[in-house]
Design a protein around this ligand. Sequence first.
Ligand code: FRU
Length: 610
Amino acid sequence: MNLFSRAAITAAMLAATLTVSAVNDGLEVLPLGATNTMVRITDPSKFLILPIEESMPDSKIDVLVNGNIAATFYARLANNSVDYTVPFDLTPYTSKGSVLLNIMTETDRASSREAGDFICWDEMKLADNFDTTNTEKYRPAYHHTPLYGWMNDPNGMFYKDGLWHLYFQYNPYGSKWQNMTWGHSTSPDLVHWTQQPNAIEPNGLGSVFSGSSVVDHNNTAGFGKDAVIAIYTSAGASQVQSLAHSSDNGETFTIYPGNPIITTTREARDPNMFWNEETGKWNLVLASALDHEDLIFSSDNLKEWTLESRFGQGYGAQDGVWECPDLIKLTVRDAKKNQPKEKWVLIVNINPGGPFGGSATQYFVGDFDGHKFTCDTPADVTRWLDFGKDHYATVSWSNAPEGRNAVIAWMSNWEYANEVPTKQFRSANSLPRDLDLFHGPDGGLYVGVTPAKETESLRGDKKSYESTTVGENEVTFKLPKENDGVCEIDLGYNLKGADKLEITLSNEKGEKVEMTYNTADRTFSMNRNESGLVNFSRHFPATTVAPMLTEKNDGTLRLFIDRCSIEAFDGEGRFAMTNLVFPTTPYTTMTVKAEGGKAKVTGLDIYSIK
Ligand code: FRU
C-alpha cells in the first residue's frame, strides 16, 4: 500500500465517522445513516413542530432527558412532502435537563435513500405557539372534535360541579390511530366544548386505551372524598387494567403505583365501573374481546376487584370483538302498573359485525343483582342502539345530574375511520343523547334515544312551514345558507295513504342523501351512495335501515346536519341513525315526495345553527 492510498483510506474512514449536522434555529439535526437520526434541542421553545406525511410509516421517537428515555412516541414524519404539522410539547422535558430525540425512521430501501434526506429535518421547527385555527371544510360546526389529531372512543366521562368531562382516545401526533392517550375536553352544557391538556399519557405498562371514571363521593379508594378515579386499559405487550386518580376534578391524574389492578389471561379491555346503590358496592364490566363476552366484577375500594360472573357467549351479534361495555339502569317510560319501572341495559360495542358492516353498538335488556346479568331476550335476538354506520364505542356519563343517562358515541367506523377525507383532525363525536326504555309494537323493551335537550340551545333562525300534502310531485324547501348550511330539521309527517315518503337532501352538484319511510315494512332508511366523496373506501357507500318500532303513521323526523354528518332521530326516540357524509359543497335543498298515494308533511321547522 503506498502512502497516497493510505491517506485516501484514512480520509474515507474519517468521513464515515463524522456526521454532518444541520442547525435549524434551536435545533441540531444529526443524521446517522439509513434509519436513525438524532435531534438535539439546543435552545428550547415550548413546542417542537413535527411535519407529518400520512402515507409514511411511523417513526419511533425516544425523548431522552440527560440521556435517559423519558417518553416514547410515534409519528409519520414527512419524507417527501408535508401534509400538516403537529406540536410536541417540550416543556415537561426541557424543564428537567437537556433534551435529545433519538429517531428511528423507516426508509424506502428501493430508492436507497437515507433517513437524513427526509424533508422533515428541514421543516421541523421550534415555536411558542401552535395555530389550531380550523381551515378544513369538513370540520363539524357543532360536534365535538379534537383541535387537531386523531380521536376514537369517548372515555371516562363524568359530570361534576357543573362541568361535563369528556375524555377520548387521542393521538396528539397525527390524524391516524396511534399513541393512545386520554385527551380531555370539558363543557358546561354538552354542546360547547373546550379542549384541555391531555389527561393520561402512555407509560411503561403501555398506551392508554378506553376506560371509565367515577367520582368517589365516600372516599372508598382512599384518595380523598370526591376524588375522580379512572380505570383504563394499559395496552402494552398485554392488555391489563390500570387505575389513576385525580384531586383536581379530572384535570391531572396520578398513576396508581399498584397497577395493574386487574389482569386476565385472555385479551380484555375497556373497564367500565359504576356505584351500585342496590348492593352498596362498585361494579365493573370488562370486555373479554375475543371471547365475545363481558366479565362482571365487584369491589369495595375500586382497587381490588372480584370476578362475579360473565355474560355474553352466544348472545346477540358475535361476529367481531366485543369492546367498550357499559351497564346502566334505565327508566321504562311507558311502564304499566304491573310492569317494572326500571331495567338494566348492557351496552356492548362490537367490531366488525355491525348491521351494515364494521362497528356498531348493540344492547341487551335484563336484570342485574350486583353479581350476574340476566338477559330478557333469547340469545339469538340482537338489538342495535343506532342504525347508521357511524356510531361506535357508545358509553355513558357517570354522576350525571337529574338521574340522566346521557351517552355519546364516536361518529366513525373502523372500516374507514383512518381514511375519511379530513387531515388536521380525524373524527368527531355524535351529539350527546339521553337514553330510556319503551315498549315496541311486539311488546318487547327497546332503548329510546333522544338528542340531549341542550342541543336546542344551538338553534338560530327558524323557518316554519304549514302542513302540505305531498304526492309524486316533489315539494322543495331551501336549507339555510349560513354556516355552510348546518341545521336542524324537524319534519312532522303522516304516512297514511302512501307506500313511501321520500326526503332528499341535495346540492347543485347533484350530490344527495335519500331518506325513505316505507309504510309496508315499517322502516326508515338513508342512502348515502351519491352523497359526495364516497370512494375513499369501498365500505363507505351504503344504505342503512332502521325499524320504525311503531304502528302509528304520524310522527316527527329530526335531522341534525353538520358539515360531514347526518343524525336522524325519530321524534319519540324510537330509532336513531348516524351517518357521515362528505358533500363537496353543502346540501342546499330538501325535497319531499310520496309514492303509491299521498302523504302529509304536517309541519316543518328548519333551524339554522348558531
Ligand atoms: C374501540 C377500541 C377499544 C380500545 C380502543 C383503542 O374502538 O378498540 O377496545 O380500548 O379502541 O384505541
